[in-house]
Write a protein that binds this ligand. Sequence first.
Ligand SMILES: [Mg+2]
Length: 224
Amino acid sequence: MFVILFDIDGTLVDNDRAGRLAMGAALAAQFDVPEPESITTAGRTDRGIAEGLFAEHQIPHTEENWQRFHDAYMAELSAALPRRKGRVLPGIASLVAALQQRDDITLGLLTGNVRGGAQRKLEFYGLGQYFPFGGFGDQHLTRDLVAAEALAAAQRHLNRDLDPQQVWVIGDTPRDISCARSIGAKVLAVATGLYDEEELAAESPDILTADLADPAPLWNVLQR
Ligand SMILES: [Mg+2]
């Protein structure tokens, strides 16, 4: 039995900055501030990103302000996805379809995206049917907390306790690697996001790969 928890941005898909642009537009429209020139998102949670943006613009991080930002971001994201030239990353479509066929493998998400953002992105790119549960970035300020939520969600989904060594996290940033370690999981790092193989190697993932066009290294560790 294996549980595989996928990151979304830089791992499953490249959204061509649709998410960042949508966040900037949502912030500007709701709080009457200039659109941020750049937002660092890799490996962070949406809630953590919002906290940083709010602090930068002296916007109180209240539940009400978060909800306003969240709802505007969802609308902006739905509009932005089809305008950008995003794509499913190499090998992913066939890999997740093949993984889903195995009855001893369960797929889930471990993402900093809010639940609605994850759903919008995956549905837009045709990957909406593969991930019945996950850990998300609606509440948590750090990725380690998302990892704990994802592990708990996996155990609820399967209705059993899991040995974390049966859990694989797949992600594209040093934070994906460290959050996997925080729950005792194995980790495959893939250099299809902002970080190259050398940067990811520094965090000692169990498997490191340029992309998942050749999924053999993953299949090797998923032997029955
Ligand atoms: Mg990522």
